[in-house]
Design a protein around this ligand. Sequence first.
Ligand SMILES: [Zn+2]
Length: 522
Amino acid sequence: MKFVVKVYTAITFFGLLALSPAVLRAGLTSEEVKLFGDYMVKAEQGDPKAQVNVANSYYFGAGVEKNLRQALAWYRKAAEQGYDWGQVLLGAAYYGGEGVPKDFAQAIYWYRKAADQGNFKAQYHLAICYANGEGVAKDFVQAVAWYRKAADQGDSGAQYGLGRSYAMGEGLAKDEVQAVAWYRKAAGQGDVKAQCELAVCYAYGVGVAKDGAHAVAWYLKAAEQGNSKAQYFLAVCYANGDGVTKDGAEAVVWFRKAADQGDAMAQYNLGYCYTAGVGAVKNHAQAFAWYLKSAGQGYEFAQFALGICFSSGEGVEKDLTQAALWYRKAADQGNSFAQSRLGVCYQKGEGVTQDFAQACKWYHKAAAQGDAQAQNNLGNCYFEGLGVPKDLVQAASWYRKAAESGNADSQHNLGHCYFEGHGLPKDLVRAVFWYQRSAEQFDHESMCHLGDCFAKGQGVPKDETEAYAYWNLASVSYEEARKSLESLEKKLSREEIAAGQKRTKELQKEIEAKTAAKTAGK
Ligand SMILES: [Zn+2]
């Protein structure tokens, strides 16, 4: 029955809120006792305001020992005399089941009496009963009607409720502009929920022109009032530089405030800041601790992150069984990263008994969600017949999906399929095309194959300088390329070798330029 305190300030029981908590606990200072005595005299003479003050004294135990039954009895006396605040508070007691068994029908009865007298708190509470279907049949039209009466009287809760009704199109035609207008009224009065909603409207441009700076300003107001969701979103704004200068340290400050209040997404993100060293000094143990809190609340990304910690031994002792266990928790929630990783665990027998059928099952789930690594691995399973019957057409088709989304391994593998005619018609030009896409990501094996293609004129005109350059770049890590390069060098003149070396540098620059362009495009 929290709102009673608010009502206090609106009516006559001044002074109570100024009392120190210690006095409130005792509640029986001579001053308080005297005040209570004065109220009681008037209350017994039938003054309804005094009766509510007596009731409030009993409710809070101020000037008299706390006694909910007595509080209720005095609220009832005032209510039965037709005093609207007595009616609201009696209704609230029935609504909350305080000093009396919970009874929505009685709550509605008293709320309605006060509401009909124009009491805005009663109107607001009546609207909520209609919106939730408490003590009455759920009726959004009625809810809106009562929200509007209270909102027009300036009740911020009702203004928020009316805004929400417009936003959802509940009880009236959906109207995002009206939603924003009412959120703004409530937010201006300090209503935290309205401040959050208004911020979201600005952030996404719903019912108002998109404006990141305004979004941040309203998140900040709500965040400063301690709203954990607003703190989280504010942190995200700082982390991404949305509507505010990017500031990792400030992101960490707000993630922490929300995390300390138990927000699972904030806990995960705070952990991530420690993992990545964003806004905080890298600290894997701290990261692990926050992931654990978040994962314990069932947040899938934190569960996945714990899997990574246990796999890599960062922030916790390496334990592949634990890693697989956490991957599975996240995978069961549909997290594609975790499904993909769990597939790898089964394929390699890491932390679980090796099981190719299980590997394929998890790759399939992740692949269906567009995870390129899983698509590639699934292609490999079909190519090799691991856990599924060998099927080159399926293999090529999964490689293609991953290749088209930029996976270098799959681009190489698809190149192979075209080169050999595995699962699709042999096509050397297309083979070269995909080897090149992969080579552009510095895949040395693909570079080696391109060297072979240029040396033999397969899918491209024969060009030994080009072959030299590809083999030369690939020879850094790829043994076969180094051998091919050595035998080519024996054939070539000094000038031809010099040309090959010159071309190598150009090719390297070309590839680096493409990588840079791709990064800039992202
Ligand atoms: Zn290859």
